[in-house]
Design a protein around this ligand. Structure first.
Ligand code: ATP
Ligand code: MG
Length: 348
């Protein structure tokens, strides 16, 4: 039986574990978490609680991390929401309809995995996922969170697929129906994509996934903050966290990767720093630690720590590996930030 949703436990990602992304964090706190912390106020002002939120933006910058932070905050910091309708509760207060359903606080649904299943079973699985979230609400009074990762696979524009068009078009329709059927405040739907252009417009209509939060690439300051976060508590030798972080980010900034030709007629140089993501910085720090471990083994000593040279070496390795790859999404995003669109790419 293939896995559809990674289910269950409440994640433990706090807001402070997501470095940078301040506008995204603020939007998620204010629009997604706040209603559950102040349900009486929302009721008093007849404010509808939004059902769905889209996190979009280039890969590796914290969309999944933010989804987990939302789920954590909803479960840690929320008042129990008033249970308005609860037909499944018996006079003894036990859940009957929910008995066969596993209550789930947080479920990750990966679009491609759900779609790769036997025809018919994905529909059933999708229903079970929504039931699991509703069951969690009945059990705890807190909303169940459903996170559709790689949402463009599940919510692809209808008619845009060849081959399996029938199946996925049905899935889009069914998933939209399920979102519509969710009672206010019972289920929080989060979607993430780095291909928002591929999403079916109907998903983003008011009453469905109406909040849109952009997750951005880190600037130089953001890169520094990420490096410091990942280097915290790492043993260092003859250097400091500040120096090593600065050296890492400076070396990235002076590492030329591509020249992009843009629709505005200009060509712009792109450095590794320009292309950086949270995932890249986390990976660079991991590589530095691997170097230190290999050095300790080779020199038969233990715990000598990272040295300044490690930063320069891992950036060179990263650049070497990345030069051969396509970086369409990131380079498009860089062009967009310059107010233009990408027309061509050549190596620096
Ligand atoms: N803002 C951030 N703060 C701290 N760590 C980050 C951040 N962004 C990314 N990372 C690191 O990179 C990893 C990947 O990030 P994440 O999965 O959240 O990215 P994503 O935006 O969901 O990417 P994708 O589009 O590829 O799914 C995280 O597990 C974390 O280690
Ligand atoms: Mg992700």
């Amino acid at each position: 039986m293939p896995v559809t949703a990674t289910a269950g436990a409440i994640p433990a990602v706090r807001w402070r574990d997501v470095i940078g992304q301040e506008p995204a964090k603020r939007a998620l706190r204010d629009m997604v978490v706040l209603p559950y912390q102040n349900p009486e106020l929302y009721e008093y002002y007849h404010m509808e609680i939004p059902k769905g939120t889209l996190l979009w933006g280039v890969p590796g910058n914290g969309k999944s991390l933010l989804a987990k932070a939302v789920a954590t905050a909803l479960n840690v910091n929320t008042a129990v929401t008033p249970r308005r309708t609860n037909p499944t509760q018996t006079s003894r207060g036990t859940i009957t309809a929910g008995a066969a359903v596993n209550a789930n606080a947080f479920q990750i649904v990966r679009g491609p995995e759900l779609l790769s299943q036997w025809v018919g079973t994905s529909e059933q699985n999708l229903r079970a996922i929504f039931e699991g979230a509703e069951a969690y609400y009945r059990q705890s009074g807190k909303p169940g969170v459903i996170f559709f990762d790689e949402a463009e696979a599940l919510f692809a524009k209808r008619g845009s697929r060849r081959g399996d068009a029938g199946v996925s078009d049905n899935m889009v329709a069914q998933a939209l129906t399920m979102i519509d059927g969710v009672a206010d405040s019972h289920v929080v739907v989060l979607c993430a994509t780095n291909r928002q252009d591929m999403l079916d417009d109907a998903l983003l209509r008011p009453g469905r996934v109406e909040i849109k939060v952009k997750v951005t690439r880190p600037d130089a300051e953001g890169c520094l903050a990420l490096a410091k976060y990942y280097l915290a508590n790492v043993p260092l030798r003859n250097t400091t966290i500040d120096d090593l972080s600065a050296s890492l980010v400076d070396t990235m900034a002076t590492t030329a990767m591509f020249n992009i030709r843009c629709a505005d007629g200009n060509e712009y140089p792109v450095s590794l720093r320009d292309m950086a993501s949270g995932a890249m910085i986390a990976g660079l720090v991991r590589r530095m630690k691997q170097r230190a471990i290999r050095r300790d083994i080779r020199l038969e000593r233990s715990g000598a720590g990272l040295i300044a040279e490690d930063a320069v070496k891992v950036v060179a390795l990263q650049a070497e590996g990345d030069r051969g790859l396509r970086h369409q999404a990131v380079l498009e995003d860089i062009a967009e930030d310059k107010g233009t669109t990408l027309a061509g790419v050549r190596p620096a």
